[in-house]
Ligand binder design. Structure first.
Ligand SMILES: Nc1ncnc2c1ncn2[C@@H]1O[C@H](COP(=O)(O)OP(=O)(O)O)[C@@H](O)[C@H]1O
Ligand SMILES: [Mg+2]
Length: 239
């Protein structure tokens, strides 16, 4: 019984880091942004990362998502050692397995909402009919189905972040990484966006890691990882 529990536990690990370290610069300019970080994230977990400005939150998230390479250590996503891959194969893993949501949305304003969401699916080679159907379902779920032909900058911040969430979800990623997704939003809109993320975890068993400065939002996730000077100061489970 114990053996099978242990087996299932490791089977459900979506993301794992081993001795992850990131050093910027050298000599007097050397900054150890991430210092020997070990974490494990299970499928269906909603994890928040909190810590003061400059504590390494964005650096950590960018490395978890394969946007930057670590100085040392490994990141396993669905058991794949992503930094053992060359840049081309790493970009394929990013496209298929990771959804990003950023503080400032990072949408392309010269093209439509529909197109913004569609681009990762085109890169993944998903058939047009299937991707259009998925986009409509996502827009519907996020309450912005009337906005598909708008340009992102014609939408409110909360609506733009919903578009970014749809784009993050389009390829059914293993994990969604969100770097202060409510940081540009007022409290009410921010909590609406947070509730969408929470719903994705509870109703769809998605896995999310979210950086936040809000203690209230962090408390409403399953677990908080508290970073200080690139080190995990502690991990707190929330009821
Ligand atoms: N590209 C970079 N070059 C040099 N130092 C950097 C770079 N990016 C971040 N840093 C430094 O690494 C540390 C962690 O930064 P960051 O990950 O952005 O922290 P946070 O997101 O918690 O505010 C800080 O000291 C920051 O100045
Ligand atoms: Mg940051």
């Amino acid at each position: 019984m114990l053996a099978s529990l242990t087996y299932n536990d490791s089977f459900n690990i979506v993301l794992e880091t081993k001795n992850l370290t990131k050093i910027y610069g050298s000599g007097p300019n050397k900054v150890v942004a991430i210092d020997n970080v070990n974490i494990k994230i299970r499928k269906g977990e909603f994890v928040s990362i909190i810590g003061p400005s400059g504590s390494g939150k964005s650096t950590l998230l960018n490395i978890l998502g394969g946007l930057a390479r670590p100085t040392k250590g490994t990141v396993l996503i669905d058991g794949i050692d992503i930094f053992a891959l060359n840049d081309h194969n790493l970009s394929i893993i990013r496209n298929r397995k990771i959804g990003f949501v950023f503080q400032s949305y990072n949408l392309i304003n010269r093209t439509s909402v529909l197109r913004n969401i569609e681009i990762p699916a085109i890169i993944a080679g998903i058939d047009e009919k299937i991707r259009r159907k998925r986009i409509m379902e996502l827009l519907d779920m996020l309450g912005i189905s009337d906005k598909s032909n708008y340009k992102p900058n014609q939408l409110s911040g909360g609506q733009q972040q919903r578009v970014a969430i749809a784009r993050a979800l389009i390829n059914e990623p293993s994990i969604i990484l969100a770097d202060e997704p409510t940081g540009n939003l007022d409290t009410k809109t921010g909590s609406e966006v947070f509730n969408i993320l929470k719903m994705l975890v509870k109703k769809q068993n998605r896995t999310i890691i979210m950086v936040t400065h809000s203690p209230d939002l962090a408390d409403a996730t399953d677990k908080s990882i508290i970073l200080r000077d690139g080190i995990i100061e502690k991990e707190v489970e929330h009821k």
